[in-house]
Design a protein around this ligand. Structure first.
Ligand SMILES: Nc1nc2c(c(=O)[nH]1)N(C=O)[C@@H](CNc1ccc(C(=O)N[C@@H](CCC(=O)O)C(=O)O)cc1)CN2
Ligand SMILES: Nc1ncnc2c1ncn2[C@@H]1O[C@H](COP(=O)(O)OP(=O)(O)OP(=O)(O)O)[C@@H](O)[C@H]1O
Length: 204
């Protein structure tokens, strides 16, 4: 038998997850990479028309998208003073246990929080919002805009149901690139992927 006996895709995903989360937690130059990705996000957002954006509260060494989003929200307030755009809202995921999908609820700095079933802080008692753009945390990402998450399938299930479908943007560190990641039938490709080097999907 071939001693490189191929693991099936779900088994490889489990190995990649474990390896990438460990590497991410040990990331030596996190501060510099964080700053680079915050900048990439802010520049990328300038051309977007959205007024409601969904993001996430970082866990397990994930990149923190909230400082850049808070600045995006404040920049909207300045435009408002000049009589321009509408209020900008940021939402964080709340798990619906029965359907195993996510809804997005309003968050602002200092917002009252409580822990969800995975001990991730979620907004407590704030309004539900309908994001037109979702920043999606990636453990890894592959060719074609495919994403590796923690294996709960929450984003895939949520995106299969949301009408209209929001624009999805993966956020990852460069180290998360998996050239051999192959989509499974339930996987949705992301519309864009940003990492600490810039916008890396779609290819131009
Ligand atoms: N920051 C953040 N918030 C998020 C997500 C995310 O990926 N990142 N989610 C995106 O979906 C949802 C939560 N999904 C999660 C799914 C699994 C695990 C987790 O820790 N799983 C176990 C393994 C469970 C198993 O294999 O059965 C683990 O990794 O130890 C955590 C969050 C909503 N909030
Ligand atoms: N649209 C869907 N309907 C029903 N089940 C789904 C759907 N999408 C995904 N799943 C289930 O979720 C499981 C986990 O999927 P996958 O390994 O792609 O998770 P992930 O995208 O890495 O995790 P997460 O989104 O939680 O970060 C799959 O085995 C699949 O059975």
């Amino acid at each position: 038998m071939d001693n490189k006996s191929p693991l099936d895709q779900p088994a490889r995903k489990t190995q990649w997850r474990q390896h990438l989360i460990e590497q991410r937690l040990r990331l030596g130059d996190r501060l510099a990479r964080n700053e680079a990705l915050q900048r990439v996000m802010r520049v990328w957002l300038v051309d977007r028309p959205d007024t409601a954006i969904g993001a996430y509260w970082p866990i397990k060494g994930e990149f923190d998208p909230l400082p850049a989003l808070f600045r995006w929200q404040e920049a909207g307030r300045e435009a408002d003073a000049l009589g321009a755009s509408r209020e900008r809202k940021i939402g964080l995921p709340v798990i619906d246990k029965a359907s195993k999908t996510l809804s997005f609820h309003r968050w602002y700095p200092g917002c009252p929080m409580e822990e969800d079933a995975y001990d991730i802080p979620k907004p407590k008692g704030t309004e539900r919002i309908a994001p037109t753009l979702l920043f999606v945390p990636c453990v890894g990402y592959g060719p074609g805009g495919y994403r590796l998450g923690y294996g709960g399938g929450f984003y895939d299930r949520t995106l299969a149901q949301l009408q209209p479908r929001p624009y999805t943007v993966g956020l990852a560190y460069t180290l998360g690139f998996l050239p051999e990641l192959e989509p499974e039938p339930h996987d949705w490709p992301l519309d864009a992927i940003l990492n600490d080097n810039g916008a890396v999907w779609p290819l131009d």
